[in-house]
Write a protein that binds this ligand. Sequence first.
Ligand code: WAQ
Ligand code: MG
Length: 636
Amino acid sequence: MPTYSIKMRASKSGKHVSGAERILPQQDISRAVSALSERALHHGLGRADFINVKIEEIQPGELQYLEALPVSARPAATVEGSYAIMRQILGELGLAAQADKLVALLRSVHPMRGAVLYDLATDRCIEPDHQRGIRVTYMDAESASATGSCKNHFREAVVLATKVVHAPGVIAELCMSDDPEYVTGYISSLRHGYVRLTPLKEVGNPHGGRIFIFDSRLADAADAINYLEKQRVLVRGLPPERPLNADPQQIFAEELARLKEKSLYRSMRTIDSPQSKYVKMRGRSVLLLASNSYLDLADDERVKQAAAQAALAWGAGSGGSRLTTGNTALHEQLENKLAQFKSTEAALLFNTGYMANVGIISALCDSESVIFSDEYNHASIIDGCRLSKARVVVYKHNDMRDLEKKLQTTAYRKGLIVSDAVFSMDGDIVDLPRLTALGKQYHVLTMIDEAHATGVIGATGKGTVEYYDYACVPDIIMGTLSKALGAEGGFACASKTIIEYLKNKARSFIFATSQAPATLAAALKALEILEAEPRRAQRLQHNVEYFLRCLHDAGVKAESPTAIVPIVIGNEAAALKVADELLQQGCLIPAIRYPTVAKGTARLRVALMSSHTEAELKRTAQLIAAAMKKYAGKQN
Ligand code: WAQ
Ligand code: MG
């Protein structure tokens, strides 16, 4: 049965809309023509007003069969990563010297319907028609569906690539799609096959092109062009699907390398002692000025004893979720104590502060809610908002006027205002009187995260409500047991109704094995100590004032009403250097960088303890000033 070539080109008001070609046996022609014209008449770019279909018979001897190039993928995390791979493969083809030039050519080739033929022998482009380029046609996949009506970039690209590398004198091809949404391309050669590369550009970029790498010492350019434009080719054995990533780990390795380049790579340092104001690191004793154990209770003898006793009396683990087998008298005792401590009706424990925020917010809010969230809120609040599917309206940092404007101009059925009480990277305190007043006025719930407030602010360290003399109380007080209380876990303090609701709805509460006995007993003991010894919190508050004065005297700008004292450096690399220098000098104060804080606002984040002495604080301030002079210039 004779075979035919069918080519369809469609346009609308003179502009190209759709084009396709097929090579098919006679019996499939009419179905193919109808499918192709349907495609042109219902095209995303508009209904074609001109469709040109050309049907030509192919003589049996004219048709060449080719095996499809083997396909592989070399995904990269970034555009530059993809080009690095392209250059590497060009190098393997013996084209290292021309690699940069070829890549630059691909990235800058002018818009055309065809391709550039680049001659290695002369280092020049062979351009019979500069505007149009060289068009490869008369090709198809064998047994391609006659009626397939949607474009398949991948199949069409492998067919074209297979034909191109079989043209006389052609060594390889570089290709980038010109579809703004399709950021994929490839490098192909007989030696490497079809190597899929993505991303080769940012989404939205309409640039695309093809370069056929040719050597006029191997063949005549006219023969190559004739083959590309005239030879009838059917490609066999096409892979059915786009390939999966050849090495699924590579994308992660590349992202890690990129983080390192930008000084945003994170790694852990190891501490070989309990968390106290002095810790052991690699055999050295280092003054810790970054711990959340603000009252130095993590290493308190009484707290440790309580934990040890509880482990002996109650066992190592809790064995289940609170709602199954993991609820003990210890859990309930601690919850009662927390409710009393925060002056609320009830309390509920979570395994971590992170889980508390995620669980509380996603339980209280849903897709019908609007959450008003401070722009500096902790990541766990942000994640809770995301998980809730609520609409999130971010207001300017601690700016109650902006919050009110947003409350006025946003329509909502259910609302929540949520804010850190003490902001974790800046150390400032939420304007709770205004925030709770707005909550009442606009009938939305209010919630604060007291992770860095409990044990730190308020006349006796009870937190934000005490700090504001009990004049204002939010609906939900979230807090942690892991910071000033030196143990581990998170909690919600609120009305009985809200707490009962959370027990029934908060998934991070329901679907987690409850806290271990030792943790609970440690937190209970720490709470007792905090209440019995208000001097601890007061001593911490004194240390803050004293340390700020020392910094000021040493010429370092810093301000904070809480134990978190940020010293902004700006540049990420400089902040790392200052932190390294301080560690050399025996002070552990890590640098905080993006994404924890905004890019270009990298900082030292000092966290003070009640046990730091004035002498230690003074020396630290001087060391910071010296390290900043050395590495951070006048940035602070
Ligand atoms: N002959 C020569 N050059 C062509 C042809 C042709 N028949 N068709 C397109 N070009 C040129 C033209 O300059 C385009 O701007 C450029 O190539 C890109 O063409 O998932 O979609 O049709 O593995 O946008 C490759 C990745 C997709 C597929 C390639 O190319 C995958 C693609 P496009
Ligand atoms: Mg395209």
